[in-house]
Ligand binder design. Structure first.
Ligand SMILES: Nc1ncnc2c1ncn2[C@@H]1O[C@H](COP(=O)(O)OP(=O)(O)OP(=O)(O)O)[C@@H](O)[C@H]1O
Ligand SMILES: [Mg+2]
Length: 132
């Protein structure tokens, strides 16, 4: 699996356009793609067909997933077209405020708890046991 992160503080420099074209091109040429929109403007989500007004009600967003202590990401993934899924984003001041607080206080962060539980649940990250 490859992770491609598109990030730049400068506004209007084509982040969303690049993400959209990469996601559509990769999925159209056979790759399985999960796009994660982390911009509360939700432009990538809208351009792939998400109804932002509906999303503001359901709040099945990437930001809410990061705050979700259950961490079942399947509740947040939407299939947009063949081989192209997305975890969308929309304006959500409450979620942004909670995430800022979590990042400022990592010891009590739900994000850290989430990672910790994942680590305990998953065998993928365990080192192979050598001879004792
Ligand atoms: N290669 C390009 N050629 C011409 N116009 C482009 C190109 N890439 C992007 N644009 C246009 O530039 C504008 C900004 O692009 P985009 O929304 O992708 O930027 P952004 O970095 O995501 O912006 P923001 O910081 O607001 O999220 C859009 O109108 C887009 O259509
Ligand atoms: Mg953008």
């Amino acid at each position: 699996m490859r992770v491609i992160c598109i990030s730049n503080h400068k506004g209007g420099c084509s982040k969303t356009t690049v993400a959209l074209n990469l996601a559509v091109t990769l999925s159209a040429t056979g790759s399985r793609v999960l796009t994660v929109d982390l911009d509360p403007q939700g432009n990538l989500s809208a351009s792939l067909g998400i109804d932002l007004e509906d999303l503001e009600n359901t709040k099945r967003t990437a930001h809410r997933l990061m705050l979700d202590e259950q961490g079942d990401y399947s509740n947040y993934v939407v299939n947009m077209r063949p081989r192209l899924d997305m975890i969308p984003a929309c304006l959500d001041a409450d979620a942004e405020q909670k995430l800022s607080y979590s990042i400022a206080q990592p010891a009590s962060s739900p994000i850290i708890k989430h990672d910790h539980n994942d680590h305990k649940r998953s065998n993928h990250h365990q080192r192979p046991q050598g001879p004792q």
